[in-house]
Design a binder for this molecule. Structure first.
Ligand code: SF4
Length: 387
């Protein structure tokens, strides 16, 4: 395959990224869905050409990890046979579309997402690699906490709107206007300098003073935001999580055998389509109150070359001590890949031990520095200030 570029950033299937455990190959399922054959095939490719581990990402993608240089091209051929490849790296990078997993057959969500993907494939848009779209057109907004720059949503009366991320209101649109207006917002973003310099996201572009043209803003208020999702049954199937958003290939294979199809979400969970009972199996988190859901950790050592500590071992040890409703983020360095936002407790590994941040992110000022992981495990009350 000629249209392949190995880079150190923005992993895609056609733009893999090097990591401490080999190449990371990111797969973007079309319209956020893998049919059972695709899921089974992807699990087999991860077993055969990777180290067997598969990540669920906050962009609703799957990442095959631990791919050797010699295994890369056979893996790409396999993904191509499963219908999981784009024509070239540029169209793959542009096809950054989240879709609500709570769609039902015949509603507009999948049709809008498919139309948007098709339009993006043919668009001459040079968007930043993190720039993305969300089709979140249910009665409540379920993707409001997920990263996206252009959002297709509904108002409280059910009308469609297109909203620039960071703007409180959007432009009311008809069904046929939704995708063209979404693309027009992306074109305006580039033309108005949003893709340049440090900003490179819609919300920061607007916050820094960029003003939307009249044709792209409006007075339509989006529907209310839904509660945070949790594992459990829903009308569309069973929502299941995996610890740290990572699973063994056997887990994906098992889920594929149980469900009609799998819908990927930005919550590091999969929606097993059509299931009427929660699946059981090693590696699956099926209870909303599972302590493993209270911790977030990046790959950490030894999987990431930049990591100063084994983040997941520490997070696993601390999970039972994190209060219900709180979140602990353990990051292997200040980059904060696993969770750029704020958490009740953040531990950042450094050369000199862990920095502790309360109610902030890896970029905020720590309240304590140089903590040893072993000491925190012995006395986890230090995380909450002894309360
Ligand atoms: S936060 Fe740092 S250590 Fe963790 S995966 Fe990202 S670069 Fe690696």
């Amino acid at each position: 395959m000629s249209a392949v570029a190995i880079r150190g950033w923005c992993p895609g299937a056609l733009r893999p990224m090097r990591s401490g455990d080999g190449l990371v190959v990111r797969v973007r399922p079309h319209c956020g869905r893998l049919d059972a054959a695709q899921a089974t095939g992807l699990a087999e490719l991860a077993r055969r050409y990777g180290n067997g581990l598969i990540d669920l990402t906050s962009r609703a993608n799957l990442q095959i990890r631990g791919v050797g240089e010699e295994s890369y091209l056979p893996l790409i051929d396999g993904l191509d046979r499963l219908g999981l490849l784009d024509a070239n790296p540029d169209s793959e990078a542009r096809r950054n579309v989240l879709v609500t997993p709570y769609w039902t057959a015949g509603d507009e969500s999948r049709a809008l997402a498919a139309e948007l993907e098709k339009a993006l494939a043919g668009a001459a848009l040079d968007l930043p690699t993190k720039f993305g779209f969300a089709v979140d057109d249910g009665r409540e907004r379920v993707l409001a906490g997920a990263s996206a720059d252009v959002r297709i949503e509904r108002d409280s009366a059910g009308g469609l709107l297109v909203r620039a991320d960071g703007a409180p209101l959007g432009r009311a649109v008809t069904r046929s206007e939704a995708v063209p207006v979404g693309l027009a917002l992306a074109e305006w973003f580039v033309a108005s300098g949003g893709a340049e310099g440090e900003r490179r996201r819609m919300a920061t572009h607007l916050a820094s003073g960029a003003t939307l043209p009249d044709a792209l803003c409006g007075d339509a208020a989006p529907a209310r935001r839904s509660a945070d999702p949790a594992p459990g049954l829903c009308p569309e199937g069973a929502l299941v999580a995996v610890a740290f958003g990572q699973m063994q290939h056997q887990t994906l294979n098992h889920l594929a055998a149980c469900a009609d199809a799998l819908r990927v979400t930005p919550w590091r969970m999969l929606l097993a389509e059509g299931m009427r009972a929660m699946p059981a199996g090693a590696g699956l988190i099926t209870q909303a109150d599972d302590p493993a859901l209270r911790v977030i950790a990046c790959s950490g050592a030894p999987r990431c070359g930049k990591a100063h500590a084994d983040t997941r071992a520490l997070a696993t040890a601390l999970a039972p001590h994190i209060p219900s409703g709180a979140r602990l983020h353990v990051s292997g360095c200040a980059k904060g890949c696993a969770h750029p936002g704020s958490a009740e407790i953040t531990l950042v590994a450094t050369r000199d031990g862990f920095d502790l941040v309360r109610h902030g992110s890896t970029r905020d000022t720590p309240v304590m520095r140089g903590l040893s992981g072993a000491a925190i495990v012995i006395n986890p009350s230090v995380l909450t200030g002894g309360r």
